[in-house]
Design a protein around this ligand. Sequence first.
Ligand code: ADP
Ligand code: MG
Length: 559
Amino acid sequence: MAKQQFEAESKRLLDMMINSIYSKREVFVRELISNASDAIDKMYYRALTDDSITFNQSDYYIRLSVDKEKRQLTLTDTGIGMTKEELESNLGVIAKSGSLAFKKENELKDGHDIIGQFGVGFYAAFMVADQVTVKSKALGEEQAFQWFSEGAEGFTIELVEKDDVGTEITLTIKQSTDEDDDFDQFLDENTLQTIVKKYSDFIRYPIKMEVTTEQPKEDEEDEFETVVEDKTINSMVPIWKKNKAELTDEDYKNFYNEKHYGFDTPLQHVHVSVDGNIRYQAILYIPETAPYNYYSADYEKGLELYSNGVLIKNKAPELLPDYFSFVKGLVDSEDLSLNISREMLQHDRQLKLIEKNLVKKVKQELVKLFKGNRESYQKFFEAFGRQLKYGVYSDFGQNKDTLKDLLLFYSSTEEKLVSLAEYIERMKDDQAFIYYATGETNARIERLPQTEVVRDKGYEILYFTDDIDEFAIKMLTEYDGKSFKSVSSGDLGFEDEEVDQATESTEDDKAIFDKMKEILKGKVSDVRVSKRLKSHPVCLSNEGDISIEMEKVLSMMPD
Ligand code: ADP
Ligand code: MG
């Protein structure tokens, strides 16, 4: 039997493919299953236009089976199959996609269920196998054919016996070696199940496998028996494609835990389905507690990204701005232009659009949480509020607008965390500014002499105990037309009769002040009479815009 050669370019491409396109070998499972699913989809589309074909959902499935002795993994599908010519051109010419052609021929603009488009996925099999056999019988054909290849050297095609329409792909898995012991796992049913769950859980057809387990014998303690169970390992319909009305909070919570997004119970979830310029579904969660490494450089933000039910990326950071990096969840879109490894995207534009939309949603959810369940929101804010303040601080664009309503600060009069809107609502008629005081703790701030005058006016003071607070507020500059004022700033922005009655310094005072300055040399730049002090004998004050607290933070920063 004459061996046909891959085309010259194909040969080089195959080598490249096998060794460098994919970051993980296990994705060959995703690629072969995607092809099988495409083949069944094609059957379905044929049935739509051809009355002689009936499409009974239950007749269509994908099966994995393992023969450990022979080191063989077989994938069977009941899809449309391939003719001799199709085996030759679709599997013999790299980068030729029969699926893309099918979509074009049938003008399936909306046939976006079909996954294939690049014509390279199949060759991922050679990352793990040194022999690949494809037996296939095409719809409407009498004869079946077998394609066989050992890699870059080419392939053979011969006539073969096969009763049912569909395709059967057998991989002879490479031997593990001392340096590379990665291969055996692809003959392990449990590992295969995990891989299928990870990448192909939402393929619309059942993916079946006979799974052998040792189970305790009934009535007999400590006795086990081998049980072979024919299992469907994928869940088929992804939760995000289900109707919201059918889902309970419990379902969303279970999904959060199943996905290992976190060990906590999410405070809030949102399920979005957008049918606009770019179509996508998303489920987003707001966690209750911050992961231990959240405020460190180790923390990796990102959402899971699916293209039509198939996992593309575990963590797509492009989908979240830094200030919402705590959000967990996933996005599934049928409109993404993927690159050849299907691990990256060709256009940022689509993701930018989705990101913008998600930001709006998350903000809405947080506002909803604040209004509906203040206690939960407070929990959220304690965990992630700092990140929001960083967002305001590092913003030179729109973030501030998104974030300013989400900020909370401790209030001197309410003795709890309050929002800026709430502060504004309580402002006195004659009050022009939002007052704040900075310090290490609330208790310390309370004792600050500078707070006294403002408090005596009956004005509320916000306590800034986070290093970032004052920096963020400086970036914000105002809220609802009111600017912020530190209780220790030179001009407090109101007149106080008692204060104005305070005397100017006398000659006697001057002598004492000079002495004080001498003693405190290098620690203070001036000592003078203050109009601010009421019950306290002395206070520290600063000149200019930078408060003492900010100076402290700045002096701690590396240059
Ligand atoms: P893609 O899926 O991007 O088109 P692949 O290299 O994965 O590229 O597959 C190449 C082509 O081979 C497919 O487009 C399809 O026409 C054909 N093919 C692969 N696997 C199957 C299968 N199980 N059943 C029918 N056709 C298949
Ligand atoms: Mg493919």
